[in-house]
Write a protein that binds this ligand. Structure first.
Ligand code: NAP
Length: 243
């Protein structure tokens, strides 16, 4: 039996670093989900294998309920000996604009991927965890979902929704030894933030710098550990001191 971990959006950025970290810290077999960038996803697998770990690809677009359910269900059925002990809902996108200029599709697409995606993936995994009476779920929310950020009504709503989802689900499944927590990163250096005016934004951060994917992955690793067994329904800010 292998202990496994499904991470959505693990081809790049924060998800990739979480995948490498959890493989290294716990020897978990990692299921690398991605939307379209197969080359980058294979690179994540290669880095995990280079460190002595194991991983495989599991492509689906999280906003597509049928595609997500089919991919996860068939993986579970074809691996009866394996157990998905950890789920990290990390896949996410931004499409920023002031609300006065925001088109309906840009609002809906961000909600579909970030929030409905979290529902779709968690729904496909939760019965498996309930049956096994064990699970760790970590949702990658955002500072935007805690505080709100101008130009990000769509993204902030999606991430605020993920936080509320986290708190509700935590109470539903606590008796089954499944914990459900969220992390709320501030500005982290990845593809998502590479076009932002870093020098200007740094002035808003008490630590005066963007965070690294490793700093998010370290907190996720703690939440997955046995040391965090009594923590559930929590949101941990990782933002360099923005309050
Ligand atoms: P990123 O570098 O842009 O990577 C996004 C990842 O999500 C990629 O692996 C991408 O796959 C995947 N993805 C996108 N749409 C998807 C879909 N529909 N289905 C499945 N996978 C999908 O982003 P990041 O900065 O690492 O962000 C990761 C998470 O952290 C997101 O939820 C984001 O909102 C959150 N976050 C980021 C920051 C930050 O400052 N960077 C701050 C707070 C929260 P492909 O490679 O196939 O496109």
């Amino acid at each position: 039996m292998r202990d496994c971990c499904l991470i959505t959006g693990a081809s790049r950025g924060i998800g990739k670093t979480i995948a490498i970290t959890l493989a290294q810290d716990y020897g978990l077999h990692i299921l690398i989900n991605y939307a379209s960038n197969e080359a980058a996803a294979l690179e994540t697998v290669a880095e995990i294998e280079a460190n002595g770990g194991t991983a495989e690809l599991l492509q689906f677009k999280v906003q597509d309920y049928e595609e997500t359910t089919t991919a996860i269900d068939s993986w579970i059925k074809s691996h009866p000996e394996d157990q998905i002990k950890v789920l990290v809902n990390n896949a996410g996108v931004t499409k920023d604009n002031l609300l006065v200029f925001m088109e309906k599709d840009d609002f809906n697409n961000v909600i579909d991927i970030n929030l409905r995606g979290t529902y779709n993936v968690t729904k496909a995994v939760i019965n498996h965890m309930v049956r096994k009476r064990y699970g760790r779920i970590v949702n990658v929310a955002s500072l935007a979902g805690v505080k709100g950020v101008p130009g990000q009504t769509n993204y902030s709503a999606s991430k605020g929704g993920m936080i509320a989802f986290t708190k509700s689900l935590a109470q539903e499944v606590a008796k089954r030894k499944i914990t459900v927590n969220a992390v709320a990163p501030g500005f982290i250096s990845t593809d998502m933030t590479k076009d932002l005016p870093e020098d200007e934004l740094k002035k808003l951060i008490p630590m005066n710098r963007f965070g690294t994917p490793e700093e998010v992955a370290g907190t996720v690793s703690f939440l997955v550990s046995e040391k965090a067994a009594y923590i559930t329904g929590e949101v941990i800010n990782i933002n360099g001191g923005i309050s």
